[in-house]
Design a protein around this ligand. Structure first.
Ligand code: FES
Ligand code: FES
Length: 192
């Protein structure tokens, strides 16, 4: 990739990230923390992921999704569309569900990030994970981490009144295997 192409790409990614951030799933817009240039074009970044402090040395344009998967090895968070349309990359940021492919990692300093790897406690699965297993709410499983985290946040937001409300509020998480009836059943059980 030549320098002109790279520069244009960096600008585009940065612009898109800035444009979508305020609209993403309840995450309040705020000023970015000051970057810490290191002279090699990379930045030092400290993230809190699943309760643990992680330090990264990455390009400023890296998305949260790629930082989790490629830099921290947390591959439970899945990359589907990489453009905010499928929900496979859903994580929780300060308890709110967010498409991590639409977030820049550099903007997450000071926030608490939860991935599917951080949901179980002391070797015991989260109630939502247990409900998904009990109701066979997956087939290939690719969408499942995002579905489970999104469902956890849904219940934190407010208890759904009925199946239609669950379907509506889970509509950002696509399941190409069509496991929707089982997913709704699992969320209903966890809600109860
Ligand atoms: S990979 Fe992020 S929404 Fe599809
Ligand atoms: S279980 Fe295969 S995409 Fe949802």
């Amino acid at each position: 990739m030549d320098e002109i192409t790279l520069t244009r790409r960096v600008l585009l990614v940065t612009a898109v990230g800035a444009a979508v951030l305020p609209a993403c799933a309840g995450v309040k817009s705020r000023e970015m923390p000051p970057p810490k240039p290191t002279g090699d074009g990379l930045i030092d970044l400290a993230l809190t992921v699943n309760g643990e402090k992680k330090t990264l040395h990455i390009e400023p344009r890296v998305t949260l999704l790629d930082a989790l998967r490629e830099n921290l090895g947390l591959t439970g968070t899945k990359k589907g569309c990489d453009m905010g349309q499928c929900g496979a990359c859903t994580v929780l940021i300060d308890g709110k569900r967010v498409n991590s492919c639409l977030q820049l990692a550099v903007q997450q300093e000071g926030r608490s990030i939860t991935t599917i790897e951080g949901l179980a406690r002391n070797g015991k699965l989260h109630a939502m994970q247990q409900a998904f297993i009990a109701h066979d709410a997956f087939q290939c499983g690719y969408c499942t981490p995002g579905q489970i985290l999104s469902a956890c946040a849904l219940l934190q937001e407010r208890k759904p009144a009925d199946d239609d409300e669950i379907r509506e509020r889970m509509s950002g998480n696509i399941c190409r295997c069509g496991a929707y009836p089982n997913i709704v059943a699992a969320i209903k059980e966890a809600a109860s």
